[in-house]
Design a protein around this ligand. Structure first.
Ligand SMILES: NC(=O)C1=CN([C@@H]2O[C@H](COP(=O)(O)OP(=O)(O)OC[C@H]3O[C@@H](n4cnc5c(N)ncnc54)[C@H](O)[C@@H]3O)[C@@H](O)[C@H]2O)C=CC1
Ligand SMILES: O=C([O-])CC(=O)C(=O)O
Length: 332
C-alpha cells in the first residue's frame, strides 16, 4: 500500500499533477486536499481506471488530518503563483505561512512521509518545512525535498533546441544545482551529456534562459499565473523517482533536488566546494528506500560556473535565513 497526498490539489499545478499521479501504478491511495474544490477534482480523477483509490478532502471535519494520515509521500503545490513583475521571493508573505501550517500537519499526521515542496519561494519554503519538523522533533533531512526538477527538464529542452536536436526522452542531461529562483539556479552546461559544443555566448544565453525560464511562462500567461503543466510533469517525474527508490527499484541515474546538505556525508564535500554555506542546495542525489541515500559531488566546474555558484550562494544564504527566522518567530 502506498498513499500519496497532494496538498493544493485543486490548483493549476495540483490538478494535472494529481492526474499524472493517478497514472502511477505504485500508488494505491491518492488523497487530494485543498481549501477549495478538491472533492470535484477527486470525483473527476476517480473515474480513471487505474489502480489507486482517490479521495478529496476540504478543511472542515479534519480534512487535512484525514488526507495526511498514513501518507507515504506528500507533494505540496499549495499557495499563490507569481504575476508579471514579481519575484518568487515576493510570494513569501503569503506562502510562508501556508507551508508552515501544512508542515505542522505533516509533523502530526505523516511524520515519516517523503515531503516534496513545490510552493515558492522554494529556497525559503524548504527551510520553513525543515524548521517546523525540527521543532516538532520529527525532522528527517533525507525525506525532505525542494522540487527543482523543472529546472533540469527546462535545461534539457533548451539545450536540445540550441543543438538542433530532438527534445525527446530528456536526451540531454544537464546538472542544474543551487536553488530555484533566478541567479540561484546554476546550470553546469560544461557537463552536458552527451556533450555538445557551445560557444561562450551561447552558454551565457542558455544559462540565462534556464535561470529565468519561469519568467518566460509568467510573461506569456500575462497575469494568469506561472508554469503549471510543465511543473506537473516535473513534479510527477520526481515523485515517481522517490517512490520507485522507496520500493527498492531505484535508478542509477541521480536526481536533482534542493536538500539539506547535512542529510548525507557527501553534502559536506559539496558544502566545502561551494564555500561552506548555505545549508540547502540543489544537488545530484541517489535516492533509496529512505530518501536521500547519497549526495554526489559537483564534478568539474569551470571558472564561469564557479562565478555563477558564488552569486547563487550569496542570494541563497539570505533566502534560507529568512525562512528559518520566520519559523523562529512563529508560535507553533
Ligand atoms: N518548484 C517549482 O519549480 C515551481 C513552483 N511553483 C509554485 O507552486 C505554487 C502553486 O502554483 P499554482 O498551482 O500555479 O497556483 P494556483 O493558485 O493555481 O493553485 C494553488 C492551490 O493551492 C491552494 N491552497 C492555498 N492555500 C492552501 C492551503 N492552506 N492548503 C491547501 N491548499 C491551499 C489553492 O486553493 C489553489 O488551489 C506557487 O507557489 C508557484 O509559485 C510553480 C511552478 C514551478
Ligand atoms: O516562475 C515561477 O514563479 C514558477 C516557477 O517556479 C517556475 O516556473 O520555475
Amino acid at each position: 500500500m502506498v498513499k500519496a497526498t497532494v496538498i493544493g490539489a485543486a490548483g493549476g499545478i495540483g490538478q494535472p499533477l494529481s492526474l499524472l499521479l493517478k497514472q502511477n501504478t505504485l500508488i494505491t491511495d491518492l488523497a487530494l486536499y485543498d481549501v477549495v474544490n478538491s472533492p470535484g477534482v477527486a470525483a473527476d480523477i476517480s473515474h480513471i481506471n487505474t489502480p489507486s483509490v482517490v479521495k478529496g478532502y476540504l478543511p472542515p471535519d479534519g480534512g487535512l488530518e484525514k488526507a495526511l494520515k498514513g501518507a507515504d509521500i506528500v507533494v505540496i503545490p499549495a499557495g499563490v503563483p507569481r504575476k508579471p513583475g514579481m519575484t518568487r521571493d515576493d510570494l513569501f508573505n503569503i506562502n510562508a505561512s501556508i507551508v508552515r501550517d501544512i508542515a505542522v500537519g505533516i509533523a502530526a499526521h505523516a511524520p515519516k512521509a517523503f515531503v516534496l515542496v513545490i510552493s515558492n519561494p522554494v529556497n525559503s519554503t524548504v527551510p520553513i518545512c525543515a524548521e517546523v519538523l525540527k521543532k516538532k522533533g520529527v525532522y528527517d533531512p533525507k525525506r525532505l525535498f525542494g522540487v527543482t526538477t523543472l529546472d533540469v527538464v527546462r535545461a534539457s529542452t533548451f539545450v536540445a533546441e540550441a543543438a538542433g536536436q530532438p527534445t525527446d526522452s530528456l536526451k540531454f542531461k544537464i546538472p542544474v544545482i543551487g536553488g530555484h529562483s533566478g541567479v540561484t539556479i546554476v546550470p553546469l552546461l560544461s557537463q552536458t551529456s552527451p556533450s555538445v559544443s557551445l560557444d561562450q555566448s551561447t552558454v551565457e544565453s542558455l544559462t540565462n534562459r534556464i535561470q529565468f525560464g519561469g519568467d518566460e511562462v509568467v510573461k506569456a500567461k500575462d497575469g494568469a499565473g506561472s508554469a503549471t503543466l510543465s511543473m506537473a510533469f516535473a513534479g510527477a517525474r520526481f515523485a515517481s523517482a522517490v517512490l520507485e527508490a522507496a520500493s527498492g527499484k531505484g535508478s542509477s541515474q541521480p536526481e536533482y533536488a534542493y536538500v539539506d546538505l547535512t542529510s548525507e556525508s557527501g553534502g559536506k564535500e559539496v558544502a566545502s566546494a561551494i564555500g561552506a554555506s548555505p545549508a540547502y542546495f540543489s544537488v545530484p542525489v541517489t535516492l533509496g528506500p529512505n530518501g536521500v541515500e547519497k549526495i554526489h559531488g559537483l564534478g568539474k566546474v569551470n571558472d564561469y560556473e564557479q562565478g555563477l555558484i558564488k552569486k547563487a550562494v550569496e542570494d541563497l544564504d539570505g533566502n534560507i535565513s529568512k525562512g528559518v527566522s520566520f519559523v523562529e518567530s512563529s508560535k507553533l
